[in-house]
Ligand binder design. Structure first.
Ligand SMILES: *Cc1c(COP(=O)(O)O)cnc(C)c1O
Length: 501
């Protein structure tokens, strides 16, 4: 395909960060170029302070001027698609805009420069901040206690399931409870967590409405069931509307109800998970409360829990005694699951989450969840004719489509996603959840304006049109990304990590 027939710029508002190539500094190097003017070094033997060890051959560093270096790194910083440059519609991730205020506060020297080994008596303000944040989390979820140390959602799941395991082992016959029920739409970390703790995972199918099949769930119940792990809203972006029946079912057989709260942002300030019957739940501060994530961290996955599980909470934990709050570094009851990580948690993330809560206030948090749901439903409504909604009902915070609209074109969800790169957009989450064929999962978050969503929708509609009329254009996309289609398997199996000439 030549440039003449290449896909036009679909959307001037789209981002082109992935569209340019930037050579390495070594490749830009030109012999004799320098950013500074060094005095000629003394020759060996003439006042050589290095005792004859002076380098004889070239040092092997690239030779460049200062502007070349500055431009190189500036271009590299732009060779990225980030929330700061455009909408990041990844579903199941909640890639929110992170208010600059959070960043400013997290960088205050009094907070940023605390050393983890500093005596606790020297950091009462930091401890108060963690306590206040913990208080918000307990209030927003209606739970009794919270473990602040888990370092991510998956770590929080591990913490929560360890609490459940410890509680069961404390009960007569509890250790025989080996089965954990996990809906098949669950995030992969749910079954992985249960399996890692030695439980047997049993998948529960979804029904035609994208929710957990209540009849199948009930059929799976038994006295050997330890827990059910449920995400609500679930990964199809739908509220589990039979959650009270699920809670009654699991409690009826003496099991525990674990809640995956990664999607809490859709219901913050509207529903208290404790009132839905959950015994404990992890919260992804980095998804719901706006702290940056991606590239492996930093994250933070506090676990809220009810009074039944609180005695097993990991150390360190906060204890209120005689009007004073103390950090308990030792487990006095002998029931704690122990220490999950060093120190008191992901502190800089706590600062950001707390700043976010204080700047929005209780009413602002409520509005954020409403706007997140409104934005997702706006996308769903505006795209329902161009793409194929996976379910007919309104959604929560993310809009899910199947690949049915590509039937007869020979194209896959991947081809459509590659077309989005040419249009200047980061693709949505694809092929997840697994219960929907060729899934396309969009989460706009509450932070995107109607104008941004409208531009995004127009680009997606044009792409859907191109898919029908000229599918070969999408088969070859991305045309404008320097790497075109990657052999992803090869890249993962044999990465080239060292630069060679
Ligand atoms: C993101 C996510 C997790 C895991 O959280 P991490 O912080 O990435 O470990 C678990 N469940 C669901 C539904 C998620 O979206």
């Amino acid at each position: 395909m030549t440039a003449d027939t290449a896909m036009p710029m679909l959307n001037p508002a789209g981002h082109r960060g992935l569209h340019h190539e930037e050579p390495l500094l070594f490749e830009l190097s030109q012999a004799g170029t320098a950013g500074t003017d060094w005095a000629e070094p003394a020759q060996a033997g003439q006042g050589d302070a290095l005792g004859g060890l002076m380098r004889q051959d070239a040092i092997g560093l690239p030779e460049l001027s200062e502007p070349q270096v500055v431009r190189h790194f500036t271009r590299l910083s732009q060779q990225n698609y980030a929330i700061d440059s455009g909408i990041l519609p990844l579903g199941s991730c909640t890639m929110k805009y992170n208010p600059r205020l959070n960043e400013k506060l997290a960088r205050l020297p009094g907070l940023a420069e605390i050393h983890p080994l500093q005596p606790l008596s020297t950091v009462p303000g930091a401890l108060k901040l963690i306590e206040n944040l913990a208080d918000w989390l307990v209030r927003l979820t209606g739970m009794d206690a919270v473990a602040m140390t888990p370092a991510a959602g998956a770590h929080g799941e591990m913490c929560g399931m360890m609490l459940i395991k410890a509680a069961l082992q404390d009960q007569e016959g509890g250790a025989q409870r080996q089965r954990v029920l996990v809906p098949e739409s669950a995030h992969g970390t749910n079954p992985a967590t249960a399996a890692a703790l030695g439980f047997k995972v049993q998948a529960i199918p979804s029904n035609g409405r994208g929710r957990t099949d209540l009849a199948a769930f009930r059929a799976a119940l038994g006295s050997d069931v330890a827990a059910v792990m449920l995400t609500n809203p679930n990964t199809c972006g739908l509220f589990e509307d039979e959650i009270l029946e699920i809670a009654a079912g699991i409690h009826g057989v003496g099991g525990y109800f674990y809640g995956d709260g990664a999607n809490f942002n859709a219901i913050v300030g509207r529903v208290k998970p404790a009132e839905l019957g959950l015994d404990c739940m992890h919260i992804n501060l980095h998804k719901t409360f706006s702290t940056p994530h991606g590239g492996g961290g930093p994250g933070s996955g506090p676990v809220v829990m009810n009074a039944r599980l609180a005695p097993y909470a990991p150390i360190p934990f906060l204890q209120h005694q005689q009007g004073k709050t103390r950090w308990m570094e030792q487990d006095a009851s002998g029931k704690s699951i122990g220490r999950l990580r060093a120190f008191h948690g992901q502190f800089a993330t706590f600062v950001r989450a707390y700043a976010y809560m204080l700047s929005l206030g209780a009413d602002g948090l409520q509005q954020a969840s409403a706007d997140a749901v409104l934005n997702a439903n706006y996308l769903l409504a505006r795209l329902q004719d161009a793409l194929t909604p996976a379910y007919s009902a309104p959604c929560m915070h993310e809009a899910l489509f199947s690949d049915k609209f590509l039937d007869g074109t020979g194209l896959t969800t991947l081809d459509y996603a590659k077309g989005m790169i040419d249009a200047g957009y980061h693709p949505m989450t694809m092929y997840f959840p697994l219960v929907v064929h060729g899934a396309l999962l969009f989460e706009p978050t509450e932070t995107e304006s109607k104008a941004t969503l409208d531009e995004f929708v127009e680009a997606l509609k044009i792409l859907a049109d191109i898919a029908k009329k000229d599918p070969s254009r999408l088969q070859q996309a991305p045309l404008y990304a320097p790497r075109r289609r990657l052999d992803e398997t090869q890249a993962a199996r044999s990465p080239r990590l060292v630069w060679t000439t």
